[in-house]
Design a protein around this ligand. Structure first.
Ligand SMILES: *Cc1c(COP(=O)(O)O)cnc(C)c1O
Length: 495
Protein backbone atom coordinates (compact mmCIF):
# COMPACT_ATOMS: atom_id res chain seq x y z
CA UNK A 1 0.00 0.00 0.00
CA UNK A 2 1.39 3.43 -0.92
CA UNK A 3 2.26 5.67 2.09
CA UNK A 4 -0.04 8.47 0.93
CA UNK A 5 -2.96 6.03 1.06
CA UNK A 6 -2.23 5.38 4.75
CA UNK A 7 -1.99 9.09 5.46
CA UNK A 8 -5.31 9.61 3.75
CA UNK A 9 -6.87 7.10 6.11
CA UNK A 10 -5.63 8.98 9.19
CA UNK A 11 -6.99 12.23 7.83
CA UNK A 12 -10.40 10.61 7.27
CA UNK A 13 -10.68 9.53 10.92
CA UNK A 14 -9.93 13.10 12.12
CA UNK A 15 -12.93 14.29 10.16
CA UNK A 16 -15.29 11.83 11.87
CA UNK A 17 -16.66 14.18 14.55
CA UNK A 18 -18.31 16.46 12.02
CA UNK A 19 -20.27 13.60 10.49
CA UNK A 20 -24.00 13.30 9.86
CA UNK A 21 -23.80 9.63 10.67
CA UNK A 22 -26.98 7.71 11.40
CA UNK A 23 -25.17 5.28 13.71
CA UNK A 24 -26.15 5.09 17.41
CA UNK A 25 -24.87 7.93 19.59
CA UNK A 26 -24.50 5.49 22.44
CA UNK A 27 -23.29 2.11 21.19
CA UNK A 28 -23.53 0.44 24.60
CA UNK A 29 -27.15 1.36 24.93
CA UNK A 30 -27.84 0.20 21.39
CA UNK A 31 -26.11 -3.09 22.08
CA UNK A 32 -28.29 -3.70 25.11
CA UNK A 33 -31.52 -2.94 23.26
CA UNK A 34 -30.51 -5.09 20.28
CA UNK A 35 -29.58 -8.03 22.51
CA UNK A 36 -32.92 -7.71 24.27
CA UNK A 37 -34.76 -7.81 20.98
CA UNK A 38 -32.84 -10.89 19.86
CA UNK A 39 -33.80 -12.59 23.13
CA UNK A 40 -37.43 -11.66 22.54
CA UNK A 41 -37.40 -13.08 19.03
CA UNK A 42 -35.80 -16.34 20.18
CA UNK A 43 -38.46 -16.62 22.90
CA UNK A 44 -41.15 -15.83 20.33
CA UNK A 45 -40.13 -18.82 18.21
CA UNK A 46 -39.45 -21.09 21.18
CA UNK A 47 -42.92 -20.52 22.65
CA UNK A 48 -44.84 -20.25 19.37
CA UNK A 49 -47.20 -23.11 20.34
CA UNK A 50 -48.53 -21.19 23.31
CA UNK A 51 -50.08 -18.53 21.12
CA UNK A 52 -52.94 -18.52 18.62
CA UNK A 53 -51.93 -19.63 15.12
CA UNK A 54 -53.23 -16.35 13.77
CA UNK A 55 -55.16 -13.36 14.97
CA UNK A 56 -56.52 -10.49 13.00
CA UNK A 57 -54.60 -7.24 13.56
CA UNK A 58 -56.67 -5.15 15.96
CA UNK A 59 -58.03 -1.80 14.86
CA UNK A 60 -55.53 -0.23 17.21
CA UNK A 61 -52.65 -2.06 15.51
CA UNK A 62 -53.81 -0.98 12.05
CA UNK A 63 -54.34 2.53 13.28
CA UNK A 64 -50.72 2.65 14.43
CA UNK A 65 -49.60 2.53 10.81
CA UNK A 66 -51.62 5.44 9.52
CA UNK A 67 -49.54 8.26 11.00
CA UNK A 68 -47.86 11.03 9.02
CA UNK A 69 -44.20 10.91 8.01
CA UNK A 70 -42.12 11.59 11.17
CA UNK A 71 -39.57 14.40 11.12
CA UNK A 72 -38.12 13.88 14.55
CA UNK A 73 -36.20 10.88 15.91
CA UNK A 74 -37.77 8.61 18.50
CA UNK A 75 -36.16 6.34 21.07
CA UNK A 76 -35.40 2.95 19.58
CA UNK A 77 -36.96 1.38 22.69
CA UNK A 78 -40.25 3.11 21.90
CA UNK A 79 -40.12 1.99 18.29
CA UNK A 80 -39.51 -1.57 19.42
CA UNK A 81 -42.46 -1.33 21.80
CA UNK A 82 -44.58 -0.70 18.74
CA UNK A 83 -43.05 -3.71 17.03
CA UNK A 84 -43.80 -5.90 20.06
CA UNK A 85 -47.33 -4.58 20.51
CA UNK A 86 -48.59 -3.92 17.01
CA UNK A 87 -46.65 -6.28 14.74
CA UNK A 88 -45.40 -9.42 16.46
CA UNK A 89 -48.82 -10.72 17.63
CA UNK A 90 -50.34 -10.19 14.19
CA UNK A 91 -47.94 -12.08 11.93
CA UNK A 92 -48.97 -14.51 9.17
CA UNK A 93 -48.94 -17.49 11.52
CA UNK A 94 -46.66 -19.73 9.46
CA UNK A 95 -44.26 -20.31 12.34
CA UNK A 96 -47.00 -22.15 14.20
CA UNK A 97 -47.21 -25.95 13.84
CA UNK A 98 -50.98 -25.77 13.22
CA UNK A 99 -50.61 -23.41 10.27
CA UNK A 100 -51.55 -25.46 7.20
CA UNK A 101 -52.88 -22.75 4.93
CA UNK A 102 -51.32 -22.29 1.52
CA UNK A 103 -47.71 -23.47 1.12
CA UNK A 104 -45.66 -21.49 3.62
CA UNK A 105 -42.32 -22.40 5.10
CA UNK A 106 -41.84 -21.94 8.85
CA UNK A 107 -38.32 -20.54 8.87
CA UNK A 108 -35.74 -21.49 11.50
CA UNK A 109 -33.87 -19.60 14.24
CA UNK A 110 -30.68 -20.18 12.22
CA UNK A 111 -32.20 -18.36 9.26
CA UNK A 112 -33.18 -15.50 11.55
CA UNK A 113 -29.63 -15.15 12.84
CA UNK A 114 -28.36 -15.25 9.25
CA UNK A 115 -30.62 -12.30 8.47
CA UNK A 116 -28.88 -10.31 11.21
CA UNK A 117 -25.52 -11.01 9.59
CA UNK A 118 -26.81 -10.25 6.09
CA UNK A 119 -28.45 -7.04 7.28
CA UNK A 120 -25.35 -6.03 9.21
CA UNK A 121 -23.00 -6.58 6.28
CA UNK A 122 -25.52 -4.97 3.93
CA UNK A 123 -23.85 -6.40 0.84
CA UNK A 124 -25.07 -5.62 -2.63
CA UNK A 125 -25.06 -8.98 -4.35
CA UNK A 126 -25.80 -7.66 -7.83
CA UNK A 127 -22.11 -7.89 -8.63
CA UNK A 128 -18.51 -6.89 -7.84
CA UNK A 129 -15.85 -9.07 -6.24
CA UNK A 130 -16.81 -10.12 -2.73
CA UNK A 131 -17.69 -13.16 -0.66
CA UNK A 132 -21.43 -12.82 -1.26
CA UNK A 133 -21.06 -14.00 -4.84
CA UNK A 134 -18.93 -16.96 -3.78
CA UNK A 135 -21.64 -18.04 -1.32
CA UNK A 136 -24.32 -17.75 -4.01
CA UNK A 137 -22.16 -19.84 -6.36
CA UNK A 138 -21.87 -22.46 -3.63
CA UNK A 139 -25.67 -22.77 -3.62
CA UNK A 140 -25.66 -23.04 -7.43
CA UNK A 141 -23.21 -25.95 -7.19
CA UNK A 142 -25.14 -27.60 -4.36
CA UNK A 143 -28.41 -27.40 -6.25
CA UNK A 144 -26.72 -28.71 -9.41
CA UNK A 145 -25.49 -31.66 -7.38
CA UNK A 146 -28.89 -32.28 -5.76
CA UNK A 147 -30.84 -32.00 -9.01
CA UNK A 148 -28.36 -33.88 -11.21
CA UNK A 149 -27.22 -30.92 -13.32
CA UNK A 150 -23.77 -30.80 -14.94
CA UNK A 151 -20.88 -28.46 -14.13
CA UNK A 152 -21.37 -25.13 -15.83
CA UNK A 153 -24.97 -24.76 -14.76
CA UNK A 154 -25.86 -21.31 -13.67
CA UNK A 155 -28.20 -20.05 -11.00
CA UNK A 156 -29.58 -17.07 -9.21
CA UNK A 157 -31.59 -16.07 -6.16
CA UNK A 158 -34.81 -14.19 -6.88
CA UNK A 159 -37.73 -13.19 -4.68
CA UNK A 160 -39.64 -16.39 -5.36
CA UNK A 161 -40.60 -18.96 -7.92
CA UNK A 162 -42.98 -16.52 -9.61
CA UNK A 163 -39.93 -14.49 -10.63
CA UNK A 164 -37.81 -17.58 -11.27
CA UNK A 165 -40.46 -19.00 -13.61
CA UNK A 166 -40.67 -15.66 -15.40
CA UNK A 167 -36.89 -15.53 -15.78
CA UNK A 168 -36.84 -19.09 -17.16
CA UNK A 169 -39.53 -18.24 -19.67
CA UNK A 170 -37.51 -15.20 -20.73
CA UNK A 171 -34.43 -17.37 -21.33
CA UNK A 172 -36.48 -19.91 -23.30
CA UNK A 173 -37.95 -17.12 -25.43
CA UNK A 174 -34.50 -15.65 -26.14
CA UNK A 175 -33.15 -19.06 -27.08
CA UNK A 176 -36.11 -19.73 -29.39
CA UNK A 177 -35.95 -16.43 -31.26
CA UNK A 178 -32.29 -15.49 -30.90
CA UNK A 179 -30.76 -12.69 -28.89
CA UNK A 180 -32.05 -10.03 -31.31
CA UNK A 181 -35.52 -10.51 -29.80
CA UNK A 182 -34.24 -8.50 -26.87
CA UNK A 183 -34.10 -5.46 -29.16
CA UNK A 184 -36.92 -6.03 -31.58
CA UNK A 185 -39.42 -7.60 -29.22
CA UNK A 186 -41.83 -9.98 -30.87
CA UNK A 187 -42.59 -7.83 -33.89
CA UNK A 188 -40.08 -9.50 -36.21
CA UNK A 189 -41.28 -12.96 -35.38
CA UNK A 190 -43.12 -14.58 -38.28
CA UNK A 191 -44.63 -17.36 -36.16
CA UNK A 192 -46.39 -16.94 -32.83
CA UNK A 193 -44.67 -18.58 -29.87
CA UNK A 194 -46.68 -21.11 -27.87
CA UNK A 195 -45.90 -22.73 -24.53
CA UNK A 196 -47.39 -25.72 -22.70
CA UNK A 197 -48.12 -26.44 -19.09
CA UNK A 198 -50.74 -28.44 -17.23
CA UNK A 199 -54.19 -27.28 -16.25
CA UNK A 200 -52.98 -27.55 -12.64
CA UNK A 201 -49.93 -25.30 -13.13
CA UNK A 202 -49.50 -22.28 -10.87
CA UNK A 203 -51.08 -19.06 -12.11
CA UNK A 204 -47.67 -17.37 -12.27
CA UNK A 205 -46.92 -19.34 -15.46
CA UNK A 206 -49.80 -17.63 -17.25
CA UNK A 207 -48.69 -14.34 -15.72
CA UNK A 208 -45.14 -14.91 -17.00
CA UNK A 209 -46.58 -15.34 -20.51
CA UNK A 210 -48.43 -12.06 -20.05
CA UNK A 211 -45.36 -10.20 -18.81
CA UNK A 212 -43.20 -11.63 -21.60
CA UNK A 213 -45.40 -10.01 -24.23
CA UNK A 214 -46.31 -13.36 -25.76
CA UNK A 215 -49.65 -13.39 -24.02
CA UNK A 216 -51.33 -16.04 -21.93
CA UNK A 217 -53.66 -16.93 -24.82
CA UNK A 218 -50.59 -18.69 -26.23
CA UNK A 219 -50.21 -20.87 -23.17
CA UNK A 220 -51.82 -24.25 -23.79
CA UNK A 221 -53.09 -25.78 -20.58
CA UNK A 222 -52.77 -29.53 -21.04
CA UNK A 223 -55.35 -31.76 -19.35
CA UNK A 224 -54.40 -33.79 -16.28
CA UNK A 225 -55.21 -37.30 -15.05
CA UNK A 226 -57.23 -38.06 -11.90
CA UNK A 227 -54.14 -37.43 -9.80
CA UNK A 228 -53.59 -33.95 -11.29
CA UNK A 229 -50.62 -34.90 -13.52
CA UNK A 230 -50.12 -33.65 -17.04
CA UNK A 231 -51.16 -36.15 -19.73
CA UNK A 232 -48.15 -36.66 -22.03
CA UNK A 233 -50.24 -37.90 -24.97
CA UNK A 234 -52.35 -34.77 -24.83
CA UNK A 235 -49.16 -32.70 -24.76
CA UNK A 236 -47.82 -34.51 -27.85
CA UNK A 237 -51.09 -33.97 -29.71
CA UNK A 238 -51.22 -30.28 -28.80
CA UNK A 239 -47.68 -29.66 -30.07
CA UNK A 240 -48.47 -31.47 -33.29
CA UNK A 241 -51.63 -29.47 -33.83
CA UNK A 242 -49.88 -26.16 -33.12
CA UNK A 243 -47.10 -26.99 -35.57
CA UNK A 244 -49.69 -27.87 -38.20
CA UNK A 245 -51.38 -24.52 -37.61
CA UNK A 246 -48.12 -22.59 -38.00
CA UNK A 247 -47.34 -21.79 -34.37
CA UNK A 248 -43.83 -22.00 -32.93
CA UNK A 249 -43.79 -24.23 -29.83
CA UNK A 250 -40.87 -23.18 -27.62
CA UNK A 251 -41.43 -24.16 -24.00
CA UNK A 252 -43.02 -26.80 -21.82
CA UNK A 253 -43.35 -26.20 -18.08
CA UNK A 254 -43.73 -29.29 -15.94
CA UNK A 255 -44.71 -28.96 -12.29
CA UNK A 256 -42.94 -30.84 -9.50
CA UNK A 257 -45.61 -30.52 -6.82
CA UNK A 258 -48.73 -28.68 -7.94
CA UNK A 259 -50.08 -25.97 -5.72
CA UNK A 260 -53.56 -27.50 -5.42
CA UNK A 261 -52.72 -31.09 -4.56
CA UNK A 262 -48.95 -31.62 -4.71
CA UNK A 263 -49.16 -33.68 -7.91
CA UNK A 264 -45.91 -34.33 -9.79
CA UNK A 265 -46.06 -34.26 -13.58
CA UNK A 266 -44.45 -37.22 -15.42
CA UNK A 267 -41.15 -35.35 -15.72
CA UNK A 268 -39.19 -38.06 -17.55
CA UNK A 269 -41.85 -38.40 -20.24
CA UNK A 270 -42.12 -34.64 -20.64
CA UNK A 271 -38.31 -34.45 -20.90
CA UNK A 272 -38.44 -37.00 -23.70
CA UNK A 273 -41.10 -35.05 -25.59
CA UNK A 274 -39.28 -31.75 -25.09
CA UNK A 275 -36.06 -33.27 -26.34
CA UNK A 276 -37.69 -34.73 -29.46
CA UNK A 277 -39.55 -31.48 -30.19
CA UNK A 278 -36.60 -29.20 -29.30
CA UNK A 279 -38.58 -27.35 -26.64
CA UNK A 280 -37.12 -25.73 -23.53
CA UNK A 281 -38.16 -27.97 -20.62
CA UNK A 282 -38.61 -25.92 -17.48
CA UNK A 283 -39.69 -27.42 -14.16
CA UNK A 284 -41.69 -25.36 -11.68
CA UNK A 285 -40.31 -27.00 -8.57
CA UNK A 286 -41.43 -24.23 -6.20
CA UNK A 287 -42.90 -26.76 -3.81
CA UNK A 288 -41.36 -30.07 -4.74
CA UNK A 289 -37.84 -29.70 -6.11
CA UNK A 290 -36.19 -29.67 -2.68
CA UNK A 291 -37.77 -33.06 -1.93
CA UNK A 292 -34.83 -34.54 -3.85
CA UNK A 293 -32.97 -33.97 -0.57
CA UNK A 294 -34.99 -36.85 0.87
CA UNK A 295 -33.78 -40.31 -0.11
CA UNK A 296 -37.31 -41.68 0.18
CA UNK A 297 -38.89 -39.04 -2.09
CA UNK A 298 -36.13 -38.51 -4.63
CA UNK A 299 -37.37 -41.21 -6.99
CA UNK A 300 -40.70 -39.38 -7.50
CA UNK A 301 -38.87 -36.60 -9.35
CA UNK A 302 -37.08 -38.74 -11.89
CA UNK A 303 -36.59 -36.78 -15.08
CA UNK A 304 -35.99 -33.43 -13.34
CA UNK A 305 -32.27 -33.94 -14.08
CA UNK A 306 -33.09 -33.75 -17.80
CA UNK A 307 -34.74 -30.33 -17.59
CA UNK A 308 -33.25 -27.13 -19.02
CA UNK A 309 -34.11 -25.10 -15.91
CA UNK A 310 -35.74 -25.46 -12.50
CA UNK A 311 -37.43 -22.86 -10.31
CA UNK A 312 -37.56 -23.62 -6.60
CA UNK A 313 -38.31 -21.94 -3.29
CA UNK A 314 -36.00 -22.28 -0.33
CA UNK A 315 -38.62 -20.34 1.64
CA UNK A 316 -41.14 -23.19 1.37
CA UNK A 317 -39.87 -26.71 2.17
CA UNK A 318 -36.31 -25.43 2.60
CA UNK A 319 -37.47 -23.46 5.71
CA UNK A 320 -35.24 -20.51 4.82
CA UNK A 321 -36.85 -17.21 5.93
CA UNK A 322 -38.67 -15.24 3.23
CA UNK A 323 -37.73 -14.52 0.57
CA UNK A 324 -35.48 -17.05 -1.12
CA UNK A 325 -36.61 -18.12 -4.59
CA UNK A 326 -34.04 -19.70 -6.86
CA UNK A 327 -33.50 -20.48 -10.53
CA UNK A 328 -31.12 -23.11 -11.84
CA UNK A 329 -30.26 -23.15 -15.55
CA UNK A 330 -28.40 -26.02 -17.24
CA UNK A 331 -26.83 -23.87 -19.97
CA UNK A 332 -25.10 -20.98 -18.22
CA UNK A 333 -24.37 -19.24 -21.52
CA UNK A 334 -28.03 -19.28 -22.52
CA UNK A 335 -28.87 -17.84 -19.12
CA UNK A 336 -26.48 -14.94 -19.65
CA UNK A 337 -27.59 -14.31 -23.22
CA UNK A 338 -31.07 -13.48 -21.98
CA UNK A 339 -30.10 -10.88 -19.40
CA UNK A 340 -26.53 -9.54 -19.63
CA UNK A 341 -26.60 -5.85 -20.45
CA UNK A 342 -23.51 -3.73 -21.17
CA UNK A 343 -23.35 -0.51 -19.16
CA UNK A 344 -20.50 1.93 -18.67
CA UNK A 345 -20.92 1.98 -14.91
CA UNK A 346 -20.91 -1.83 -14.69
CA UNK A 347 -17.63 -2.38 -16.58
CA UNK A 348 -15.50 -5.27 -15.36
CA UNK A 349 -11.82 -5.28 -14.50
CA UNK A 350 -9.29 -8.05 -14.14
CA UNK A 351 -8.57 -7.01 -10.54
CA UNK A 352 -9.97 -4.90 -7.74
CA UNK A 353 -13.61 -4.64 -6.74
CA UNK A 354 -14.85 -4.71 -10.33
CA UNK A 355 -13.32 -8.13 -11.05
CA UNK A 356 -15.34 -11.15 -12.11
CA UNK A 357 -16.66 -12.12 -15.50
CA UNK A 358 -20.27 -12.95 -14.71
CA UNK A 359 -22.13 -11.06 -12.04
CA UNK A 360 -25.63 -11.92 -10.82
CA UNK A 361 -26.93 -8.79 -12.54
CA UNK A 362 -26.01 -10.53 -15.83
CA UNK A 363 -28.42 -13.33 -15.01
CA UNK A 364 -31.66 -11.65 -14.09
CA UNK A 365 -33.50 -8.35 -14.05
CA UNK A 366 -32.29 -7.28 -10.58
CA UNK A 367 -29.25 -5.04 -10.25
CA UNK A 368 -29.16 -4.22 -6.55
CA UNK A 369 -29.97 -7.31 -4.55
CA UNK A 370 -29.49 -8.51 -1.00
CA UNK A 371 -27.62 -11.48 0.40
CA UNK A 372 -30.33 -14.18 0.19
CA UNK A 373 -27.62 -16.77 -0.32
CA UNK A 374 -26.34 -16.39 3.25
CA UNK A 375 -29.51 -17.50 5.05
CA UNK A 376 -29.76 -20.40 2.62
CA UNK A 377 -26.13 -21.37 3.06
CA UNK A 378 -26.26 -21.08 6.86
CA UNK A 379 -29.47 -23.13 7.02
CA UNK A 380 -28.07 -25.94 4.86
CA UNK A 381 -24.62 -25.79 6.42
CA UNK A 382 -25.92 -25.89 10.01
CA UNK A 383 -28.68 -28.45 9.53
CA UNK A 384 -27.33 -30.61 6.71
CA UNK A 385 -29.43 -32.00 3.91
CA UNK A 386 -30.28 -35.20 5.81
CA UNK A 387 -32.18 -33.26 8.45
CA UNK A 388 -33.83 -30.96 5.94
CA UNK A 389 -34.74 -33.89 3.69
CA UNK A 390 -35.98 -35.74 6.77
CA UNK A 391 -38.28 -32.89 7.76
CA UNK A 392 -39.64 -32.79 4.19
CA UNK A 393 -40.37 -36.53 4.28
CA UNK A 394 -41.92 -36.07 7.75
CA UNK A 395 -44.47 -33.56 6.45
CA UNK A 396 -45.45 -36.07 3.74
CA UNK A 397 -45.91 -38.73 6.43
CA UNK A 398 -48.10 -36.28 8.39
CA UNK A 399 -50.17 -35.62 5.27
CA UNK A 400 -50.74 -39.36 4.83
CA UNK A 401 -51.64 -39.63 8.52
CA UNK A 402 -54.17 -36.81 8.19
CA UNK A 403 -55.59 -38.39 5.03
CA UNK A 404 -55.99 -41.74 6.80
CA UNK A 405 -57.74 -40.18 9.79
CA UNK A 406 -60.11 -38.28 7.52
CA UNK A 407 -60.82 -41.34 5.41
CA UNK A 408 -61.78 -43.35 8.48
CA UNK A 409 -64.08 -40.56 9.64
CA UNK A 410 -67.71 -40.80 8.48
CA UNK A 411 -68.11 -37.04 7.97
CA UNK A 412 -65.06 -36.34 5.79
CA UNK A 413 -64.13 -37.23 2.27
CA UNK A 414 -60.71 -36.96 0.60
CA UNK A 415 -60.92 -34.94 -2.60
CA UNK A 416 -57.54 -35.69 -4.16
CA UNK A 417 -54.82 -38.30 -3.81
CA UNK A 418 -52.03 -37.25 -1.44
CA UNK A 419 -48.88 -37.22 -3.58
CA UNK A 420 -46.71 -35.22 -1.19
CA UNK A 421 -47.77 -32.98 1.69
CA UNK A 422 -51.11 -31.52 0.61
CA UNK A 423 -54.47 -32.90 1.74
CA UNK A 424 -57.71 -31.68 0.17
CA UNK A 425 -60.98 -32.80 1.72
CA UNK A 426 -64.66 -32.07 1.90
CA UNK A 427 -67.39 -32.55 4.46
CA UNK A 428 -70.13 -34.95 3.43
CA UNK A 429 -73.36 -33.19 2.66
CA UNK A 430 -71.83 -29.71 3.06
CA UNK A 431 -71.94 -26.97 0.43
CA UNK A 432 -69.29 -24.37 -0.47
CA UNK A 433 -70.75 -21.92 2.00
CA UNK A 434 -70.21 -24.40 4.83
CA UNK A 435 -66.60 -25.05 3.76
CA UNK A 436 -65.89 -21.36 3.51
CA UNK A 437 -67.36 -20.70 6.95
CA UNK A 438 -65.52 -23.62 8.52
CA UNK A 439 -62.13 -22.51 7.19
CA UNK A 440 -62.64 -18.89 8.25
CA UNK A 441 -64.00 -19.94 11.67
CA UNK A 442 -61.00 -22.19 12.30
CA UNK A 443 -58.58 -19.45 11.26
CA UNK A 444 -60.28 -16.94 13.54
CA UNK A 445 -60.38 -19.42 16.43
CA UNK A 446 -56.57 -19.37 16.46
CA UNK A 447 -56.59 -23.17 16.79
CA UNK A 448 -55.66 -24.08 13.23
CA UNK A 449 -55.21 -22.40 9.87
CA UNK A 450 -56.15 -24.51 6.86
CA UNK A 451 -56.98 -22.81 3.55
CA UNK A 452 -59.21 -23.80 0.67
CA UNK A 453 -59.10 -24.36 -3.04
CA UNK A 454 -61.45 -25.35 -5.83
CA UNK A 455 -61.11 -28.85 -7.28
CA UNK A 456 -63.35 -29.93 -10.17
CA UNK A 457 -65.56 -26.95 -9.50
CA UNK A 458 -65.98 -27.78 -5.82
CA UNK A 459 -64.66 -25.74 -2.91
CA UNK A 460 -62.60 -27.99 -0.61
CA UNK A 461 -60.58 -27.59 2.57
CA UNK A 462 -56.86 -27.65 1.83
CA UNK A 463 -54.12 -28.48 4.31
CA UNK A 464 -50.56 -27.97 3.10
CA UNK A 465 -48.24 -29.38 5.74
CA UNK A 466 -44.93 -27.62 5.25
CA UNK A 467 -43.93 -26.79 8.80
CA UNK A 468 -41.00 -28.71 10.31
CA UNK A 469 -42.51 -28.13 13.78
CA UNK A 470 -45.76 -29.98 13.05
CA UNK A 471 -46.13 -33.36 14.80
CA UNK A 472 -48.53 -36.31 14.69
CA UNK A 473 -50.11 -34.92 17.87
CA UNK A 474 -50.77 -31.62 16.06
CA UNK A 475 -52.52 -33.47 13.25
CA UNK A 476 -54.59 -35.49 15.75
CA UNK A 477 -55.52 -32.34 17.60
CA UNK A 478 -56.53 -30.73 14.27
CA UNK A 479 -58.87 -33.65 13.56
CA UNK A 480 -60.23 -33.23 17.08
CA UNK A 481 -60.86 -29.54 16.42
CA UNK A 482 -62.71 -30.41 13.20
CA UNK A 483 -64.78 -32.97 15.09
CA UNK A 484 -65.78 -30.51 17.78
CA UNK A 485 -66.58 -27.90 15.17
CA UNK A 486 -68.96 -30.23 13.34
CA UNK A 487 -70.57 -31.32 16.63
CA UNK A 488 -71.12 -27.69 17.64
CA UNK A 489 -72.60 -26.81 14.29
CA UNK A 490 -74.88 -29.86 14.43
CA UNK A 491 -75.97 -28.88 17.95
CA UNK A 492 -76.74 -25.34 16.73
CA UNK A 493 -78.74 -26.81 13.86
CA UNK A 494 -80.82 -28.93 16.23
CA UNK A 495 -81.35 -26.15 18.73
C1 LIG B 1 -45.58 -20.99 -4.48
C2 LIG B 1 -45.58 -21.45 -5.88
C3 LIG B 1 -45.20 -20.61 -6.92
C4 LIG B 1 -44.90 -19.17 -6.69
O1 LIG B 1 -43.75 -19.04 -5.93
P1 LIG B 1 -43.50 -17.73 -5.05
O2 LIG B 1 -42.27 -18.07 -4.32
O3 LIG B 1 -44.70 -17.60 -4.16
O4 LIG B 1 -43.37 -16.61 -5.99
C5 LIG B 1 -45.12 -21.13 -8.19
N1 LIG B 1 -45.44 -22.40 -8.43
C6 LIG B 1 -45.85 -23.25 -7.47
C7 LIG B 1 -46.16 -24.67 -7.81
C8 LIG B 1 -45.93 -22.80 -6.14
O5 LIG B 1 -46.34 -23.60 -5.19
Amino acid sequence: MAPDVKQGRAAASDAADTSASLDPVNWDQFREIAHGLLDDMIAHIETIRQRPVWQRPTDEARERFTRPLPNEPRDLDDVLDDVRTHIMPFATGNLHPSFMGWVHGAGTPIGMVAEIVAGGLNMNCGGRDHAGLAVEQQIVRWMSEALGYPDGASGLFLTGSSMANFAALTIAKTEALGQSVRETGLRNCDRELVAYTSAEAHSCIAQAMQLSGIGSANLRTIAVDDAGRMLPDTLRAAIEQDRAEGFLPFLVVGTAGTVNTGAIDPLAEIAEIASRESLWFHVDGAIGALAVLSGSLRELFKGIERSASVALDFHKWGQVPYDAGFLLVRDGDAHKRAFAQPAAYLQRADRGLAAGETWPCDLGPDLSRGFRALKTWMTIEALGTDRIGGSIAHTCMLARHLAERLERHPEFQLKAPVALNIVCFGIRGANSEFVRTLVSDLQESGLAAPSWTTLNGELVVRCAIVNHRTTVADIDSFVGTLDRYLDDRAAEGNA
